[in-house]
Design a protein around this ligand. Sequence first.
Ligand SMILES: [Zn+2]
Length: 412
Amino acid sequence: MAKIYFIDVTNRDGVQTANLGLSKLEKTLINMYLNDMGVFQSEFGFPTTRHESFYLQANLELADIGILQSIRLGGWIRAIAADVEKAFKLVPNIKHLNISISTSDQMIQGKFKGTKSRENVVSMMVDALEAARAHGAASVGVNAEDASRTKIDFLVRFGLAAKEHGANRLRYCDTLGYDNAFTIYESAKILAEDVGIPIELHCHGDLGMAVANSLAGAKGAIDGGQDAYINTTINGIGERAGNADLIATVLSVTKSKGFANKYRLGKPIDLTKAWKVSKFASYAFGVPIPINQPGVGANAFAHGSGIHADGVLKDPENYELYSFNELGRGEPDLVETGREICSGQYIGISGFSHIMGQLEVSFDDARQAEKILELARYANVEAQKPLVEDELLFIAKYPEITKKLLTLIPPE
Ligand SMILES: [Zn+2]
């Protein structure tokens, strides 16, 4: 039976969200946390965007040396042959790509404004796909943007052309969050049956259904005989009302009524990392986790009413579907209330040595300490807030890779 995998797109859809962004070091830590969790692929950025080049290369290096050992790193580009050429020019060792083009009549008429026909859309995608193949891409997913507003017969035709030219997956993008669980189930099932390649589900929350639609779409793909690849973001951060939340989607796939017994994960997810990854993304984006967020919200395991408190004390299963331990919660959250020495872009060697000493990091000599300090300053310039422990430890452990991550060279 076909299986469910997760492709997290925080470092692509999440960072392209209005008013939000991440530093390259924050993006890197997210890749590392996703790797630790067992997520199949991280859509780690934009290979045609110049300021991403060194970050993308540095993360591919982390994969080469076995730090990002099981996760795949996939880049997102437009399905344009020239963009494929640019991607491989700027990031020559990129292995996995998703290439994207709008397929709906709304977009063909409303966005392309009569410059492209449906046939042009198919041929542009095929040209881009062939270019990616010619460059030796290990896998290419083909994205149908606005798939939910695309006539299904054209979507099948588009998918078949992608399959014929070697696409590994077809991404069904519910770009506007227009689908509901019933419609996306039908569409995903038809695509799985009629196109015959694995289906990605990319769902947005404009109508509040991103997680439910992801689950229903995955069911449709599997019932149609193909693997399902659900796109998520950490804390649901994404364009407008956001994407399917990673933790909530994993919970829904593994805990909801009758689903887990029938539909299985292709790669196990370690949910005990949930708390950490969610807290970090919240800090990095500067967006608080809603109090009622599934699994990771402050109230997710809080019981105030008499009947509920009494019930959960007698047996947690009375009022909890899953345990806080499973999500890596339970440790008290320590907040410094006294003197605090923070990392910052103007920190000196004394304060920095104090912070690193608390993390039990020592330096061989003053020169090395100075070098790590300088890198931490640069990282702070990008982040504009104190670095977290894992960031400081990363810098101390991988100074050369950090240097690459922090390198931004504007074109002449
Ligand atoms: Zn999206």
